[in-house]
Design a protein around this ligand. Structure first.
Ligand code: COA
Length: 347
C-alpha cells in the first residue's frame, strides 16, 4: 500500500521523471521552467514549502498531487483554499485507488479544494468522489475580424463562407468607441490594489483574494508568459484592472483576458477597461478577444460590449471545508468571481 507524505527536496528528480512519463517531454520541460515560481515563490506559501503530496511505495514515487494555495473569500470570510493542479499516478498503478487517496489527503488538509480545467480522468474522479460540480466557467468571445469565427476543424471553404456571412455583424461589434476615463499600463501592482480588493471582496460570494503580493506573483513574475496590465483610474485612485496577453492559435490571433477586477455594481468601470483591451487587441492584430467569467453582472457588461458566450471546456469543481455552506451555495454562482487566471490554466 502506498504511503502519502509531503514533498521533500530530494524527491525532485523522481517527480520530474514521473511527470515526463505521465504528461510527456514537452509538458515536463514546461513544468520544470515554472516549478520554482509556481511552488516555492507563491506568497500564500510563506515557508516556501511546496504544497505537494507524494505517494510512495518503498523508495519509489508512484504519484503526486501538486497544488497552489490561495486565500479564498467565501461570503466575506477568508478560507485557506487550494487549487489542485498537477495530479498524476504512474501509468501501471492507475485505476487502483491511488488517485482517490491523493485527492482525499489533499482535501483533508485544506479549507477549500478547487479544480479548474480538468483532464477527463481527473474530472471523472472528482465526480466519483462527489465534489460539487459548478462548472464550466463561462467563456465569452468578442470577434474583431472576419477570421474570428474560423474553426481549426472546419474545411477552408466552410471557414471562408462563415467569415463572409458574418462580416457585417463583426464590423458592427468591433467598431471602436472612445475611452471615457483614464486607463494606464502598469508594471507592478502597488498596495492600493490590496485596498481595492478589501473594498470589493464582500461583493463576491466566492473569489480568490487578489492582493498586491498575489497579483505580482501571478501576473508580473510568471516565468512562462508575459502579461500586460491595464489599470482604470478615477480621482487619482486605481479602481480596476485587466490582465491580458496576445497569443497565436492555429486559426488566428487571440487576445486573452486572463484576469480582471472592478466593482461589479459599476458597469462603466469594466466597460472602460474592455474598450482599452479592444484597442490593444486591434493594435496587436488579434482576430478576437477571449475571456472567462462566472459573475453574472460582469457577463452582462461583456455581452453589452460585443462579447458572445461560447461553449466552455474549462470545468470547475469546488468543495468548501473551512466554513459551513449549504448545498444551495453551490447552485448559484452568479456572484462568484472566477477567471481563467485563477488557477494555472494559462500555460
Ligand atoms: C487522474 C489520475 C491521477 C487518477 O488516478 P487513479 O489512481 O487512476 O484514480 P483512482 O484509481 O483512485 O480512481 C479511478 C477513478 O477515476 C476516474 N478515472 C481515472 N482514470 C480514468 C480514465 N482514464 N478514464 C475515465 N475515468 C478515469 C474514474 O472515475 C475511475 O473510477 P473507476 O475506476 O471506478 O471507473 C490518473 O488517472 C492520472 O494520472 N491521469 C493522467 C494525468 C492526468 O490526467 N492528470 C490530471 C490533470 S488535471
Amino acid at each position: 500500500m502506498a504511503e502519502i507524505t509531503r514533498y521533500r527536496p530530494d524527491d525532485k528528480r523522481a517527480v520530474e521523471a514521473l511527470y515526463r512519463r505521465v504528461f510527456g517531454n514537452d509538458a515536463a520541460e514546461a513544468s520544470r521552467l515554472r516549478w520554482e515560481w509556481q511552488y516555492r515563490h507563491n506568497p500564500n506559501n510563506p515557508g516556501h514549502e511546496p504544497e505537494i503530496w507524494i505517494a510512495r511505495e518503498g523508495p519509489a514515487i508512484v504519484g503526486q498531487y501538486a497544488t497552489m494555495p490561495v486565500k479564498l473569500s467565501v461570503k466575506g470570510r477568508e478560507v485557506r483554499g487550494s487549487w489542485g493542479m498537477d495530479v498524476m499516478v504512474a501509468p501501471e498503478r492507475q485505476r487502483q485507488g491511488l488517485g482517490e487517496v491523493l485527492f482525499r489527503t489533499w482535501d483533508r488538509n485544506v479549507g477549500a479544494s478547487l479544480g479548474l480545467g480538468l483532464s477527463d480522468s481527473s474530472y471523472r474522479l472528482f465526480q466519483k468522489l462527489k465534489w460539487p460540480d459548478v462548472g464550466p466557467v463561462p467563456c465569452l468571445v468578442k470577434p474583431l475580424t472576419r477570421r474570428a469565427l474560423r474553426r481549426p476543424n472546419w474545411p477552408l471553404p466552410l471557414n471562408r463562407l462563415v467569415s463572409a456571412l458574418t462580416l457585417p455583424i463583426v464590423l458592427i461589434v468591433a467598431r471602436t468607441r472612445p475611452l471615457r476615463a483614464e486607463v494606464r499600463l502598469i508594471q507592478r501592482f502597488d498596495d492600493s490594489f490590496t485596498a481595492l480588493w478589501d473594498e470589493l471582496a464582500p461583493k463576491f460570494d466566492l473569489a480568490v483574494r487578489r492582493d498586491a503580493a498575489y497579483l505580482n506573483w501571478k501576473y508580473v513574475s510568471a516565468p512562462h508568459v508575459r502579461y500586460s496590465i491595464a489599470v482604470l483610474r478615477r480621482n487619482d485612485r486605481n479602481v480596476g484592472y485587466a490582465v491580458y496577453r496576445h497569443l497565436h492559435e492555429p486559426r488566428g490571433r487571440v487576445t486573452l483576458i486572463a484576469d480582471f477586477l472592478a466593482d461589479p455594481d459599476d458597469e462603466e468601470a469594466l466597460r472602460t477597461l474592455l474598450h482599452w483591451v479592444d484597442r490593444e487587441a486591434r493594435q496587436a492584430d488579434s482576430d478576437k478577444i477571449r475571456i472567462f467569467a462566472t459573475h453574472a453582472g460582469f457577463r452582462r457588461v461583456l455581452r453589452r460590449s460585443g462579447y458572445f458566450q461560447v461553449k466552455s471546456t474549462v470545468e470547475f469543481v469546488v468543495k468548501i471545508n473551512g466554513v459551513d455552506v449549504d448545498s444551495a451555495f453551490y447552485e448559484n454562482t452568479d456572484n462568484w468571481h472566477v477567471t481563467l487566471g485563477d488557477s494555472d490554466q494559462d500555460r
